[in-house]
Design a protein around this ligand. Structure first.
Ligand SMILES: CC(C)(COP(=O)(O)OP(=O)(O)OC[C@H]1O[C@@H](n2cnc3c(N)ncnc32)[C@H](O)[C@@H]1OP(=O)(O)O)[C@@H](O)C(=O)NCCC(=O)NCCS
Length: 319
C-alpha cells in the first residue's frame, strides 16, 4: 500500500496501533449516524477488524493491478494526531470504486476531509488510472455532500444503500474519453490483444465497414486503450432485432478498471436507442465471468474457433 501525503496530512495503511483510535471514532454516534455501521464492542474488536482488513483488502489489492486500493488512516503532520480515515474501496457487487471518509467531530470544518479526499482522487486517477469513482452519502448528511461538491462530484440519483435513503455521486476521470471511432482506429488495440503474432490484415472483420456497424473506442490521454464493435448480424437460433458484439479488447495495462464494462454499456445504450432487442457474441472462455457479471447468458456448449480458441455463444435481451 502506498502512503499518500498532502500539505497538512499523511494517509497511511491502518496498523494495529490505530485500533484504539478506530474504536473511539466509531463510538461517536454523531460520526456514525449516517454510515449504517454499528460501533465496535471493544478495542479488541477494532484490532481484529484491522487485522482482517490488512490481510484481505490490502493484500487483495496487491494481487490486482491496484496496489493502492483501500482506506487509509489520516494523521496530521504537525502533531501526528489521528484525525480519522479516508480512502478508496472496490465494491464487488457493482464493480465500482468508491471514495469514503470519516473524521472525529472535533476536526470537522477544517478542510481535512476535502484535502485527504483530493489526495485519494488524484491517486485513483493519476496512478491507478481508474475511469471514475463513486461516492454515497445519507440523504441528510449535508456535511459530506458539501465535501463531495467541493471535490466536483456530480449527483446521479437517489438510491437505497444499507437500507438507508442515499445520494449517489460520480466523479469522472477527465483523462478518459469514450467515443465512436472508425474500424481502422480499433487496430492498435485489436491487433496486439486479439490477433497477437498474426499478420496485421487478420484484424479485418467482414462487417467492419458496413454502414450499420459502429465501433467504440476508449482513449486515455488521447491514446486508444480499449475497443468494441457492434454489427448488424443475426444468429439463426435467436429472434428479435439482433446485433452482434465483436472485437472487444482492452490493452493489458488498462484491464480490471471497468473500461470494458463502460464500452459495453455504452454500446447497449446506443443499441436500445436504435430499437435493438438482443445482443449476442462468441465469448472467449477467459472473458466468460466478465460478461456474466453484466447479465449475459451462455447459450449452448463450448465450441472452437480455429486460430482463436474455445468460445461460448452468449446473449442478453436488451429490450
Ligand atoms: C475481457 C476484457 C475485454 C475485459 O476488459 P477489462 O477492461 O479488464 O474489463 P472490466 O475491468 O470491465 O472487468 C474485468 C474484471 O475486472 C474487475 N474489475 C473492474 N473494475 C475493477 C477495479 N476497479 N478493481 C478491481 N477489479 C475490477 C471486474 O469485476 C471483472 O472481474 P471478473 O473478470 O473477475 O468478473 C479484457 O480482459 C481483454 O481485452 N481480454 C483479452 C481479449 C478478450 O478476451 N476479449 C473478449 C473477447 S470475447
Amino acid at each position: 500500500m502506498t502512503v499518500l501525503e498532502t500539505k497538512r496530512l499523511y494517509l497511511k495503511p491502518f496498523t494495529s496501533q490505530d485500533a484504539e483510535n478506530l474504536y473511539a471514532l466509531n463510538t461517536n454516534l454523531e460520526v456514525i449516524k449516517y454510515t449504517g455501521d454499528a460501533p465496535f464492542k471493544n478495542i479488541e474488536e477494532a484490532q481484529a477488524f484491522i487485522k482482517n482488513y490488512t490481510t484481505t483488502v490490502y493484500h487483495k489489492a496487491h494481487t490486482t493491478t491496484q496496489t493502492g486500493l483501500g482506506r487509509y488512516a489520516v494523521t496530521r503532520k504537525s502533531d501526528n494526531i489521528f484525525l480519522g480515515w479516508c480512502g478508496l474501496k472496490f465494491n464487488q457487487d457493482n464493480r465500482q470504486v468508491d471514495l469514503g471518509f470519516r473524521f472525529f467531530e472535533k476536526y470537522w470544518n477544517q478542510g481535512y476531509a476535502t484535502e485527504a479526499s483530493e489526495a485519494c482522487i488524484s491517486y485513483a486517477f493519476k496512478e491507478l488510472h481508474l475511469p471514475y469513482v463513486i461516492a454515497r452519502t445519507h440523504n441528510n448528511n449535508t456535511a459530506s455532500q458539501k465535501v463531495l461538491k467541493k471535490l466536483n462530484f456530480v449527483f446521479v440519483n437517489n438510491i437505497t444503500h444499507h437500507d438507508m435513503p442515499t445520494r449517489l455521486y460520480h466523479l469522472n476521470n477527465e483523462a478518459y474519453q469514450l467515443k465512436e471511432i472508425s474500424a481502422k482506429e480499433t487496430w492498435p488495440v485489436r491487433h496486439p490483444v486479439l490477433r497477437k503474432g498474426r499478420p496485421l490484415e487478420d484484424v479485418y472483420m467482414e462487417a467492419d465497414e458496413q454502414a450499420s456497424t459502429f465501433h467504440l473506442g476508449m482513449f486515455h490521454n488521447n491514446d486508444i486503450i480499449g475497443v468494441a464493435s457492434f454489427m448488424d448480424d443475426s444468429h439463426e437460433g435467436f429472434t428479435g432485432a439482433q446485433y452482434r458484439l465483436r472485437g472487444m479488447a482492452v490493452l493489458p495495462e488498462y484491464r480490471r478498471k471497468g473500461i470494458a464494462e463502460l464500452l459495453l454499456k455504452r454500446g447497449e445504450t446506443l443499441l436500445k436507442e436504435k430499437g435493438k432487442t438482443l445482443l449476442w457474441f462468441n465469448a472467449r472462455v477467459v472473458a466468460l465471468q466478465f460478461y456474466k457479471n453484466l447479465g449475459y447468458q451462455v447459450d449452448g456448449t463450448l465450441f472452437d474457433i480455429p486460430k482463436v480458441g474455445p468460445h461460448y455463444r452468449m446473449k442478453k435481451q436488451l429490450l
